[in-house]
Design a protein around this ligand. Structure first.
Ligand SMILES: Nc1ncnc2c1ncn2[C@@H]1O[C@H](COP(=O)(O)OP(=O)(O)OP(=O)(O)O)[C@@H](O)[C@H]1O
Length: 611
């Protein structure tokens, strides 16, 4: 899958489907008990604070000698009096208002600064970003709490001014969040298209970019509010600020000093503060789930709708198009559909009704132009689709076992033993921090228990088998010390270590030079015959197909448009699209028209790879 495809919205399949059972984030929130309870608690607490004169007989600072340490339930003092004779209930309600004001000031300042400069810093060029980056990094170096205490003479002990400064101190976090989101979205094709169509930067930022930023910012807001309240209370606990402003922090501090005589005086404000901050955090989590819940359920968790099993009399490989049923094979993919959520909340299919079958010892080439859904199909078989992907229908069976709906642990076991994968970019699949040997040993021991010594012996044999000229030297080499071709051989060694039933190779030769490409294809073919593996070869290159595949499935915009015997398909393509694809390469390549020769001998042309 190309980088472009990873970052852009699906374009190739225009068919849109409404996600089954998908609801708006607000409806999801309203049906989430955690969200309802936390939001309900917050609303009740805020209302209590706002309507406090209705519930209390005294002001929060009104003291009476009769009420000193008055017990709970004293007339006019439902929660008793504190050590200064003030109404604890009235002070609690007033503290709620102080917290609300603190949250409003701290959060709105942090959001106003962070979001504005995050949008600017992410969207505009390097120079603007450099300046904003520098300023926010500077702000981040300030020691927050200490600064708020040091600035007490400036704020005059007014908690609102303190919260204003705290909002500024919180803004770098929001700036970074927004900047990163904007950087991720600004090169999307639809943003380029908006630019080309003449929309002003402000309009693009508002319409296209802000919509991406909105969700994470809403979630962050709940946490910002919680931090503002906690910091205001913390400062009040330390005695920083005006003593006439009722605050949970100040009440906790007073209750603390009276803990042994009147423990409840400590309990009430602690409960109040705990309820508000915990509700905010829980609400933030629910908001995140509600917004993420726009994503469909990942295939690994939800088994898709099943179709009836295909009739067994269908001859494998004889299906002219992807719409017909698949015959039972080692790998049977039936009516597979994969979809991704769009920003509007709809699901958009990128793979639609793919049906494939692959027998042991056979190589199936999955071909098609870029973006046609080859990698998505292969990833679905491997069970490694991104979390936001949803398999909306279909079935994937390997050796009779349904893979869709298996949990991650079961899938990992299948991947470690029955299915292996050879990637496109060998170098980026090896960790530069470890030697080749260490990585292969680790993989081997993860899939089958054995001692380190046994694993080493086996890895050396595997390296020898895949044609590494000096297995011991390569075993101790770091990835940067070997060539791309050698790295691909190393990965193939890792892939075949467990003698898998199925090998999925996604453009295994694209990143390699031409001579090495042929050697790698030869190696794969040899190994396949030796182990009777089924190979699913994902490629956009008909030359590779002609060289290696028994059968071909041609994909276009998420569908299989033609399947058949490789040689038949080359000599007489049924579909106009296949003919067009073939025509586009015939000028450059001479296709091999004989069947791939059985050559089990070891490849011996390694000079081209050795560095
Ligand atoms: N994470 C994703 N979110 C949304 N759409 C995606 C995602 N990943 C892939 N797609 C879309 O799925 C479609 C099929 O992609 P896929 O990578 O399978 O194509 P491909 O045929 O393998 O192409 P290539 O040969 O360029 O890798 C593309 O339209 C792509 O934009």
């Amino acid at each position: 899958m190309t980088a472009e495809h990873r970052t852009t919205q699906p374009r190739s399949v225009e068919h849109r489907t409404a996600a089954p059972g998908r609801r708006s984030p607000l409806r999801r929130l309203l049906t989430d008990p955690q969200a309802v309870i936390s939001a309900g608690l917050l609303l009740t607490v805020v209302l209590l604070g706002q309507l406090s004169p209705l519930f209390t007989d005294h002001g929060p600072n009104q003291a009476s000698l009769d009420a000193v340490n008055a017990p709970v339930g004293t007339h006019g003092y439902p929660l008793g009096g504190d050590k200064s004779g003030r109404d604890i209930f009235a002070r609690l309600l007033a503290s709620i208002n102080t917290s609300v004001v603190s949250a409003l000031i701290g959060t709105s300042i942090a959001l106003a600064i962070g979001v504005t400069f995050g949008l600017i810093g992410g969207y505009y060029g390097r120079r603007v970003r450099g300046v904003t980056e520098w300023v926010f990094s500077l702000v981040m170096t300030f020691p927050g709490l200490l600064l708020l205490i040091v600035l007490l003479p400036v704020t005059g002990g007014d908690y609102r001014a303190t919260m204003l400064i705290f909002g500024v101190l919180l803004s770098p976090g929001i700036y970074r969040l927004v900047r990163n989101l904007v950087l991720g979205v600004k090169n999307e094709l639809y943003v380029d298209a908006a630019r080309v169509s003449g929309l002003s930067d402000r309009r693009i930022l508002w319409r296209h970019v802000f919509s991406v930023v909105r969700g994470p910012v809403v979630i962050a807001t709940a946490f910002l509010a919680g931090s503002s309240i906690s910091v205001q209370s913390g400062l009040a606990f330390l005695g920083v600020g005006s003593s006439t402003v009722p605050s949970f922090g100040a009440m906790i501090s007073e209750g603390f000093s009276n803990l042994y005589e009147e423990p409840l005086q400590f309990l009430w404000p602690s409960l109040g503060l705990g309820t508000i901050t915990a509700s905010l955090v829980l609400l933030g989590n629910s908001l995140r789930d509600a917004l993420d819940g726009g994503r469909p359920v990942p295939s690994r968790i939800a088994p898709p709708e099943r179709r009836p099993t295909a009739p067994t009399h269908t001859r494998p490989g004889s299906t002219p198009t992807g719409t017909s049923v698949a015959a039972p094979g080692l790998l049977t993919v039936e009516d597979l559909a994969i979809a991704y959520p769009t920003p509007t909340g709809e699901l958009k299919e990128v793979v639609s009704g793919v049906t494939l079958t692959l027998e042991a010892g056979q190589t199936l080439g999955l071909v098609g132009e870029s973006g046609s859904g080859k990698t998505q199909t292969a990833f679905a078989v491997l069970g490694v689709l991104p979390a936001e992907a949803a398999i909306t229908r279909g079935s994937i069976r390997l050796d009779g076992r349904e893979l869709l709906g298996l949990d991650e642990r079961a899938l990992r076991a299948v991947r470690g033993t029955s299915i292996a994968y050879v990637p496109q970019e060998p170098m980026s699949n090896l960790d530069p921090n470890f030697t080749v040997g260490a990585q292969l040993v680790e993989g081997l021991r993860a899939s089958s228990p054995m001692t380190r010594r046994e694993a080493r012996t086996r890895v050396l044999a595997l390296l020898d088998r895949v044609g590494i000229p000096d297995p011991r030297a390569t075993y101790s080499s770091y990835p940067h010390q070997i060539s791309g071709g050698m790295a691909q051989r190393v990965l193939i060694a890792g892939a075949i270590a467990s003698r898998p039933l199925l090998l999925i190779a996604d453009e295994p030769t694209t990143a390699l030079d031409v001579t090495v490409q042929a050697e790698i294809l030869d190696l794969l073919r040899d190994l396949q015959r030796e182990m009777n593996m089924a190979v699913l070869l994902v490629t956009h290159n008909f030359g590779v197909v002609a060289d290696s595949c028994d059968r071909v499935a041609v994909m276009r915009t998420g569908r299989i448009v033609e399947t058949g015997d490789a040689l038949d398909l080359f000599s007489a393509p049924r579909q106009e699209y296949t003919r067009m694809l073939l025509d586009s390469i015939l000028d450059e390549h001479t296709l091999r028209t004989d069947r791939p020769a059985a050559d089990t001998s070891k490849t011996d042309t390694f000079e081209t790879e050795a560095r």
